[in-house]
Design a protein around this ligand. Sequence first.
Ligand SMILES: [Zn+2]
Length: 301
Amino acid sequence: MNRTLQKPSFAFFLLFSSVLISTGVVPAQDASSSKLSVHWEELTAADFREGIHRSQGTCLLPFGILEKHGPHLPLGTDLLDVRYTALHAAEEEYAVVFPEYYFGQIAEAKHEPGTMAYSRSLQLALLQETTDEMARNGCKKILIVNGHGGNESLLPYFAQTQLDKPHDYVVYVFDERSPRTGGPPKKTTTDMHAGESETSKMMVSRPDTVHLDRANNESGADQHRQNLPEGVYTGIWWYARFPNHYSGDGSAATKELGEYQMKWWIDSVVRAIRAIKADDVSLKLQNEFYEKSTHPLDTQP
Ligand SMILES: [Zn+2]
């Protein structure tokens, strides 16, 4: 081959690639063939800086728990599922994902083996220090992806109380795990904990930990042991209805349902990450609110 022709064509290749990179057609990271991990704990300090830059300061805090999940699923079911979802979503729409976090509200399962139930004050203090520290490291948009039903009051309360004093970041909470409609038809109606949906999802995220043959060793039926009008709340409501810490029938689970629900969950988190990256309103409104709160008498309608 003619050497004089080879040289200019290589030079042209270099020029062409740098044009592609500078115009954003090819991400610079791919060009240097190093893939940036979405796992906070896997990044070097320098790569963490790059990750925060690439994610536009958007970080995920997948929130799990350690509690009994019927007779057939592992204690870490919610942690395993929510991390599977968050990590897959962040791969699709880059965000930095915080390591294992399972310090939530689970007082109602303290009578079962393996439950880690931290006190109310520690749950709130630890979560605040965690998001404060994430924000100090550049996570100015923190999406808590909730994997555990027992956190459904804790997390909105935590987000709401970010208004008590100024923060230079926004806490977002995504608290859906299963689609309300669509997908393979479900066989059961009671399905709140370790039942058809949750067991199906685990058949996708960690099938090796699912013991489907044990799903009927205990009853997950609603025992209706309280007789109070709708709208009257007590902390013992869950134990009154589901004393085995099992709600539903895990033996009805299928991989098809799990695949449908997992895809829905991951897609929903991807949509949330994109919307949060594009959100330039929440922090502005927070700052306006904090400022006005220092002199409420001047606030005009
Ligand atoms: Zn669960």
